[in-house]
Design a protein. Sequence first.
Length: 505
Amino acid sequence: MNELDLMTKIVSLCKRRGFVFQSSEIYGGLKSAYDYGPLGVELKRNIAAAWWRSMVYERDDIVGIDASIVMHPKVWETSGHVSGFSDPLVDCLNCKERFRGDKAPQMAAGTEVVYIKGGKDKGEKIKGVVNSRGYVCPICGSSELSEERQFNGMFRTTLGPVDPLDEFFREIKGKDLSERDMRGIYENITKSSLVYLRPETAQAMFVQFLNVQQTTSMKVPFGIAQQGKSFRNEITVEHFIFRSCEFEQMEMEFFIEPGTQAEWLKYWTDNRMAWYAKYTNSPTNFRLRQHDRDELAHYSDDCFDVEYLYPWGWGELEGVASRTDYDLKKHAGATGVKLSYFDQNKADPETGKMGWRYVPYVIEPAAGLTRTFLALMLDAYTEEKGVDAEGKEKSRVFLKFHPSIAPIKAAILPLVKKDGQPEKANEIAKKLREAGLNVSYDEQQSIGKRYAKHDEVGTPFCITIDPDTMKDDTVTIRYRDTAEQRRMPIAEAIETVIQSSRHPL
Ligand code: ATP
């Protein structure tokens, strides 16, 4: 299969089966915003639950929080997001596309390039030379580019019942002001009400460090985990849900003793790779990539990306960063609150006396939930060639999810809508629901069509009720990955589904 075809197939399956819809579709859709449909919401929640289990429930050194999306604006000034969370915005003067300079195709300065006028498929060819910035337009390959302008990726809004625009117009009415003066007035008006939608969930864990540590008496090393929505006004949105302006993250800040960051960074990169390995069919499509020195963020002394082999190539899925003590120190400096930890059993390395107060260092595994959704969807997509009863070639499409993250754990299918079969099927569905599983009772269409539909949405088991079930309480269980069917007592089929749906340890 052509690799980019795979993406087209995934996008179409997502819509057709109710995983992901374009936001506000009947209004023509909103660029870069997506809605998760009945199956998508299940898959997303299951992935989030798998992460939460691994980070919080399976260990006693990490606790969770759920912080608000809108935080005090000073948080973002202190963290460096107001001044530094910007991307270089460039306009292509040939095809008019707007893109990020740092993500554009790199080319040595002075290289001669040829591109088509206006970015069209055919037409006049133009020759150009790559300038000293060393990249070309990602769409048409042109070297005719605007200067870079820094564009801050945070969404701004105002808090409170004031419309800053109304106030602004009231202030400037009838005055002859320069653009600079007007800007000053506008900034003054918004100063007291300006807030941001968080561009990452991480900052809340730093800001709440003391509250969490004191209420739980956690001892370093310990972590705080959080999942939730983040917002970035991305210059380029791309590859379906890979890069969107509203997305979900799963982040954990692990607070450690200074000097132990290399060993904990190794621990967390290994841990996160092992987590992905539990849910993938193709572990070799995941890899770790260490950041070059010049790629590191200002707060980081080392960083790895967990990358996935998307249909368009390797791309980031998660960042695992060693963030030093940068954030806690910055927030402590800005607020005057001591964001530090006292270890009474350790000697202070400077004085040699027992009792050491220090600002913890931090290792941060920061994953994208919606990006993991896409990666696991791509990972699960399987097409199998076979032949039907008449010997005609046919292909079977199925999503090979680990049962623990599959949106529907089992489909319960009466062969016919009579003879007590629907009642029996509902009894089985009820037992599985009581065990906390999302199952589907389905009596529409032929049994073959029902199997095909459940293959395509990744349901690991179909349990079929037929005339024999009514006599001996046995059912047929069909396995999604092999299409094999086995006869067994109802109780055993129920147990098979329950056991398989457990998260892998
Ligand atoms: P990229 O280089 O792809 O822009 P990033 O390095 O800015 O990502 P981080 O700030 O490290 O990303 O955020 C952690 C994770 O959040 C990323 O690995 C990714 O999975 C997810 N993420 C970040 N931005 C987006 C986005 N716009 N849409 C979807 N997921 C995102």
